[in-house]
Ligand binder design. Structure first.
Ligand SMILES: O=C(O)[C@H]1NCC[C@@H]1O
Length: 344
């Protein structure tokens, strides 16, 4: 049987689906109108204000699901960038996404968004809303492989901050930035284990922390107000002292969305925090494991730098992404659920 749709009306959107450590990435190939704005950050504002219906179509059911994640490739204003990208999820548009950068690195080489690929690694400069991220894609005999990236300067924003969390009382959290801000807490504080507890219990605790930090701590970022918001909470196994063993964490971000991967921007922020606390040295590679799927990324601080007045580090994260398929979606005008819906 031919893989063709019967005659139909309505808009079409085509995508390539990938995953990195189990976390989906839907890369949008076509179907979006021009995204206006003279910078990636202003384009992020533009899609939020004018094109949000398309995020719902591609992220929500029946084409996506509660935990779907997407990437829209846009032009960048930076001469050094090979591409710009906007990230989307169940609640809106994030500023950084490591699992997406790992997948997009491969995608950019395979779909020829960079000039001549080089072996053993091809560099792809990806302009994310948080800034320029440099990805290095293994490339051999015409095939792409693992990806490592150097993120924007990452820094510990505040440590040992006490917040009052509904249902749990006073909780001490650390807040760190890895292209997006996260709160970090040892899951033990809630009697939970990031690798064994029910996902729902981890989500409830992490969401309560996120709500508390959002309402009780004012964040700021030295370069842009657009970056100054809490993206999520990462519950950890507390194994922050350097070890050759992996340390596990679960990231709950956006609207109680659960990352299946170890979270690239979360690993970046966590390494910055560990470095700030003197628990890891420059170029000491640590393994980070997703409590959700067991998938792993490596992370290491490679250089000291500054971000405004914050002492910061450049963090390198590495992982692997895979293709899962391609889809051509349609929106039939008679379909009353065509705009998308979510079940909580
Ligand atoms: O790997 C990351 O950084 C992302 N994964 C989903 C949530 C974060 O944006």
């Amino acid at each position: 049987m031919e893989m063709q749709l019967p005659p139909h009306e309505g808009a079409e959107l085509s995508v390539v689906d990938m995953h990195t450590g189990g976390e989906p990435l839907r890369v949008i190939l076509s179907g979006y109108p021009e995204v206006k704005g003279d910078s990636v950050l202003s384009k992020r504002r533009y899609v939020r204000e004018h094109l949000d219906h398309l995020r719902r179509v591609l992220m929500f059911e029946p084409r996506g699901h509660y935990d779907m994640y997407g990437a829209l490739i846009v032009d960048s204003e930076l001469p050094k960038a090979d591409l710009g990208v906007l990230f989307m999820h169940n609640e809106g548009y994030s500023t950084m996404c490591g699992h997406a950068v790992i997948a997009l690195g491969r995608f950019a080489v395979d779909y020829k968004l960079v000039k001549e690929p080089q072996s053993p690694e091809t560099q792809v400069n990806i302009h994310c809303p948080c800034g320029l991220v440099k990805a290095f894609v293994e490339y051999c005999d015409g095939k792409t492989g693992g990806v490592r990236f150097l993120s924007v300067p990452a820094f510990a924003f505040a440590t040992d901050v006490t917040v009052t969390v509904e249902g749990f009382g006073d909780v001490v959290v650390d807040i760190s930035y890895g292209g997006a801000f996260y709160a970090f807490v040892n899951a033990q504080r809630f009697g939970l284990d990031v690798t064994k507890s029910r996902t729902r219990d981890l989500v409830d605790a992490a969401t309560a922390v996120t709500n508390a930090v959002k309402s009780q701590v004012k964040l700021h970022h030295p370069t842009s107000d657009d970056l100054a918001f809490l993206y999520g909470t990462i519950l950890t196994d507390g194994k922050d002292n350097y070890s050759s063993d992996a340390t596990a964490n679960v990231c709950v971000f956006a609207e109680a969305q659960v990352d299946r991967s170890p979270t690239g921007s979360g690993v970046t922020a966590r390494v910055a925090l560990q470095y700030h606390k003197g628990l890891i040295q420059l170029n000491q590679t640590r393994m980070f494991q997703s409590g959700a799927t067991g998938s792993q990324f490596t992370g290491k601080a490679v250089e000291e730098t500054k971000c405004g007045d914050f002492k910061a580090v450049v963090v390198e994260v590495a992982g692997r992404a895979f293709y899962t398929g391609v889809s051509r979606f349609v929106q039939e005008p008679e379909d009353e659920l065509t705009h998308g819906f979510l079940l909580k």
